[in-house]
Design a protein around this ligand. Structure first.
Ligand SMILES: N[C@@H](CCC(=O)N[C@@H](CS)C(=O)NCC(=O)O)C(=O)O
Length: 222
């Protein structure tokens, strides 16, 4: 029995696909259009998630889980497992998963990649980006994973962010640790295939919609 992931290519639900590949959890992928909220199989994403957002996970027992942080940690819990709550790694894992969700995903990528966010707000976001990226660069300078020597749910989120960051005009080129970690994470079994598959599907969908590629939106004058 498989769990169903509501997913749009290269949305944050891609991190769930990476985590599932890493943790050996088969997922049925239900394509959800984040723009129109329609589901490839018919129906509306709103019927599953009242906010109409991916990632959303429908477990085979009917439980519906929203919020990428929760879904990623759920996938790890159902794979290799989570550190016990008395283990400092538990909070380190929570810290970095939350950092990916709030500071990187919603704090940076979300406003920079949206075509309907104005230049004033994008400039504000860009001002804050350096400190977030520098913190990450410093943290990763002597390690391969956010938490420790093992690949976690937080690393799946980070890998997705590192693929998307250049599309949002964020500078990774001057941050060697982030470049190194991005490359080594994408070398995980199955990860590059997920990204290639999603990127191709995203390009196809944007072409069908006649929408501008993300990179064009991010480089609008701010
Ligand atoms: N709080 C949610 C946010 C998820 C989110 O922003 N998903 C985006 C794709 S990365 C989405 O579905 N956007 C559609 C919309 O904003 O209507 C989470 O952390 O999972």
């Amino acid at each position: 029995m498989t769990h169903r992931l509501y997913h749009y290519p290269m949305a944050c639900s891609t991190a769930c696909r990476l985590a599932a590949a890493e943790f050996g959890i088969p997922l049925e992928i239900a394509r959800a259009d984040v723009f129109t909220k329609s589901l490839a199989g018919g129906g509306s994403l709103f019927a599953i998630n009242p906010l109409g957002l991916v990632a959303t996970l429908e477990c085979f027992d009917g439980q519906v889980l929203t919020e990428n942080t929760a879904i990623l940690l759920w996938l790890q819990a159902h794979g290799p497992g989570l550190p016990v709550i008395s283990d400092p790694d538990f909070f380190t894992l929570l810290r970095w998963t939350a950092f990916c969700a709030t500071e990187l995903h919603k704090g940076l990528l979300w406003p920079l990649l949206r075509g309907d966010v104005d230049g004033y707000h994008k400039a504000f976001v860009r001002d804050r980006a350096g400190s977030r990226l520098d913190l990450l660069e410093q943290h990763m300078s002597d390690r391969d994973g956010l938490v420790g020597a093992w690949v976690t749910a937080a690393d799946a989120y980070l890998a997705w962010f590192l693929v998307m960051a250049p599309l949002a005009g964020l500078d990774l080129a001057s941050r060697p640790a982030l470049l190194r970690v991005g490359e080594s994470l994408l070398a995980r079994p199955g990860w590059r295939a997920v990204i290639d598959d999603d990127m191709a599907a995203l390009r196809d969908d944007l072409a069908v919609k006649g929408a501008r590629p993300f990179a064009d939106r991010a480089t609008e004058p701010v």
